[in-house]
Structures are given as structure tokens and as C-alpha cells.
Design a protein around this ligand. Sequence first.
Ligand code: GTP
Ligand code: SPV
Ligand code: MN
Length: 595
Amino acid sequence: MNVTVKNEKLNKWIKEVAELCRPDSIYICNGSREEYNFMIDNLLKSGLAIPLRKRPNSFLFRSDPSDVARVEDHTYISTTSKDEAGPTNNWIEPGELKKTMLDLYKGSMKGRTMYVIPFSMGPIGSPISKIGIEISDSPYVVINMHIMTRVSSRVLDLLGTNGEFIPCLHSVGAPLAEGQKDTKWPCAPIEKKYISHFPEENLIWSYGSGYGGNALLGKKCLALRIASAMAKREGWMAEHMLILRLTNPAGKQYHIAAAFPSACGKTNLAMMQPSIPGWKCECIGDDIAWMKIGPDGRLHAINPENGFFGVAPGTSYSTNPMAMDTLKENVIFTNCALTDDGDVWWEGMDGEEPSHAIDWKGRDWTPESTEDAAHANARFTAPASQCPVICKDWEKPEGVPIDIFIFGGRRTGVVPLVYETYNWDHGVFSGATAASETTAANIGAVGNLRRDPFAMKPFCGYNMGDYFRHWFNMGDRLGSKAPRIFYVNWFRKSSDGKFLWPGFSDNSRVLKWMCERVEGKVGAQKTPIGLLPDEGDIDLSGLDISRENMRELMSIDTNEWKAEIPDIENHFSVFGNRLPERLKKQLQEFIQRLG
Ligand code: GTP
Ligand code: SPV
Ligand code: MN
């Protein structure tokens, strides 16, 4: 074996898993570049990885057409009592779930190599970081984990003989019989997919999928579902948030953390380059924030990840140039189209559509084709260090102090471009009632409006009612040092179906208003839903947008908002006595303000 494991618990676990899953061989990963290259070589030989002539050290993968996104309907929070998982999570009793999954895992790695991946979420050795060990039978998972987390033999050194880690077991659920030829993207049918979490014992078991958050277990499973439950117990926060640093022309820094649901603009905002002169934006993280109260009494955020697993479609030099520059080399692409000159392509990329390409299913594609060339949830996996605007402090173990929280979602109507909440409790109410149209980041219908509190509906590892309470507790502890809370909607459309707001770099105009609110430089109008910018207070210089569009973007239709009330009441009712009184009070006040 290439690496020796000294940790007793880990050795025992590796042995147990090997006896259960029956792999042909075991490989302990060390995270080196040689290891990455070796894995890629094998993936090239077996035809799973397609090299890209146009991008050095970059490869395209095509998943099975059934395995293209997270599977929320097959994701479980398995606590002793159903009540602990709460009404927003799928629940199966741990004993029963483990029995079902043990049956599935039995022999599930036959014909394959079992990889043991030691990784750190957060810088290796930092006091806030968490160590995970993913055991997986997917080489694709290994190379993606190399980019998305810190995989290293140093993690094993750190564990020593009796250090603690979070075990993350993953199998694609496609054992090979003697002599059986492998498929390009092995996975199990949907009814056999299980993405299971046991927060009471910090344990993750994933079976049947090789894609994204289902399989790269450091991300949503560990850094959000398990970490949110740990954070609740220990008094910190694990949130589905980007982190950015905005610097104004005078050199003053603001740190902003924003929670938008999947495929609703986090990566884009995290790397946004302001269209207003003199302002600068740097990226700290694009998906997950771990936040703790520091010695200064403020909330400090770190990005536990090491890379970006970003949505490809819509990414272009005109929308997200910093992402495009991050993608020049050392990138894994999944479910993008392949051009004839050996590059990737997706809908919304700059320039003309290719006249011919191979689509994500491996078929010929031309502009006349009725289907998209890239899957809507096609993604890139790229090292965060390659982002030209990665903040120099992005790996600081103490994190950055958060000034502003933003909640938001994708709403065609009703919700204005921006409002500020009246205070922390009102901010928690706006987060708790956030609603957004569903996207291709999950298998299921797209475009359905649903409540997605704090963009955490699919990622909260315990009862969401208790999660709301935790937000109030954090606010009480932070007191006057709590971040200010805003709500945005970049996605409001006019009656003819066009986005009213240009978005992307022009979102800096909205962030500027937030900073000026924090500084007390601008006023705001009191409305039933919150504090809205006064006309003229959002800097529109150099932007070609009509007054009518601005009015429509900022408009509040009291009747439309009143129509939200029954839905909010329904949404709240499922939490029963776990719903904090303070949220009920907020709802009553909201109803009163609407009149
Ligand atoms: P996850 O990785 O799934 O968590 O997604 P995300 O929240 O990081 O979303 P991302 O930034 O990748 O954006 C998803 C889609 O929304 C892309 O197609 C973007 O082009 C589009 N988008 C992002 N920001 C804006 C915006 O300001 N306006 C408009 N109209 N579209 C946007
Ligand atoms: C999301 O769906 O919010 C993602 C992609 O960031 S995945 O890693 O698949 O969860
Ligand atoms: Mn995400």
C-alpha cells in the first residue's frame, strides 16, 4: 500500500467497508499531482475522460442521462426520531435505513477499486476545519475531490492514531461480474439511490449516484447537512452562502455573505466585477460559508471548499468573465457539449453557436437540434486558486467579518429588486419565508415556486424549526454586531417575459446601496415588506435602463403580497410547536403592515 494508515478507527472502518463492499483492490489517496495524473491516465484509457485540445489538463465527462443532478427525493436525514429531522427532510429510522443500505452495499464494489480519500474542509490543520474520509469506488469522485477539497496524506498525519473524522461512504452501486465490461458512467437506478445522513453520529452513506452533491460528499453532505447539525449543537453556522469582499473607492472593505438557492446566482455574484467605477469585488467562496463569532464579537466566515463546482450554462465573458478565466486549464467539465476543435461549449457561452458539436449525450448536435447541447445542470470543477479575483485572505483560518447578509431567490414576479429588512428578527422572517422557482440542480420539475428557507431546504441536517430558532439565538448573541440583512431578486420579469434588471456586474449597484445603508449615507422608504431604496439612491450612472423598468422592478403590489400570506401560513404550520414565537410575531406584524 502506498500510504500507511495509523488511525485505529480508520483502519477498522476501511476493513469493515472492504469486507462489506468486496472491492478488487484498495487504494489510499495522498492528494498529489502524480496521483491526479495517474487517475486521469486511467480515465483516458478507459474512454471515460475526453481530453480537451483547447484547454490544458482539462477533461470532459458525460454522465448517464439519468444521473445528472442532486436527488432531493432520495436524500435522508436519519435521526432516531422523525421529529429531529423535521418536516422538510425525508426520514427513515436509522436501523431500517442502514439495513436497506447494507444490503445494497453488499458486494457493491466488486470489480472496482475502493479509494480512500482523506480530505479537509477548510485549510488543513486550521482549528475550524473538519476532517472527512470518503471511501468511494468512483475514480471521477477522486479527481473531483482533489479539486473541491484539500485531499492530502497530511490529513492522515493530522489524524494520528486516534483523531476524529467524519466517515463518508460512497458507492456508485454498479458492481461488475467476472469479465463484465464497465459502462462509461456506472450508477444505480433512481429507486436504489440513497443519499443518507446520520447527524447523531456524524456519518454519511451515499449509494447509487456518481454526480455532484450526491457523490462529492465533502460538499452538501458534510459541509452543509452534517455541519449544520454540528453548528447548531456547538453554536456556529453552516450556510449555503457565497462570501465576497467588496471594496469602495475610499478603500473601505465590506464582507458580504449571500444565500440563494441552487442555480440562483451565488457563483456569479461571488466573482462579480462591478460596473460602477472605483468599486472592487473579490471572491472568498461561491457556495458554502462556515461562520463563528470571533473574539471581536463579530461573525467571521470561512469557505470550507477548495474549488468551484459551478453551473456551466449561462457562464460567459459577458456574464461572468472571472469564472471564464478560472476555466482556462486544470478543469473537469461534466455534461457540457464538445466542439469539433476540441473545446467545451454550452448554451449562453460568448460568440456564435458552433455549427456542429457533440451534445452531452454524445450525439451529433447542430443549431437546428431541438434539444440543448449541454445539460442545464452541466458543471465545471475548477480550483478556487485559479480565479483571478480570489481574495488574498480566502484561506485565512480566522475568516472574514461579515457586514451584510443577503437572502434571495428566483421570482418572476412579486418580489422587488432589493429591500432591507427592519431588524434581525425581520431578516430571519425574510430568510425563513424565502421562495424561489426550482432549477435543474435537482432532479425534478423546474420552475415551480417553493419555499426554500435560507436556501437551505435541501441542506439543513435537522429540524428546520430549530434551525430558525438557531438564527434567532445567533442574532441575540451578536447583538449590535450582527450583520444587516437584505433581500434581493435579480430575476423579476416584465409582462413580455424579459428580465427587468440587467443583473451580473450591474448587481454591484445594488450592493453599493447596501453599503451606503450600512454607513447611514442613504435613507429608505418604509413599506410593508421592508425598507426600499428612495428613487435615485441606486446608482444607475452609465446604465441604460428606463424609468418604467426601474419602477416596475421596485414596485410592491399589496394584493400580490397579501396573496402570499396563506402560503406562508401553510409553510409555517408544518413546524408545529417547533416554530419560534418570534416568527409568528413577525408574520402578524407583516399582516398588519399590509393592512
Ligand atoms: P449552485 O452552484 O447550484 O449553488 O448555483 P449558484 O447559486 O452558484 O448559481 P450560478 O451563479 O451558477 O447561476 C445560475 C444561473 O443563473 C446561471 O445560468 C447564471 O447565468 C444565472 N444568473 C446568475 N446571476 C444572474 C443575474 O444577476 N441575472 C440573471 N438574469 N441571471 C443570473
Ligand atoms: C447545488 O445544487 O446547490 C450545488 C451543486 O452547488 S451540487 O454540488 O450538486 O449540490
Ligand atoms: Mn449550491
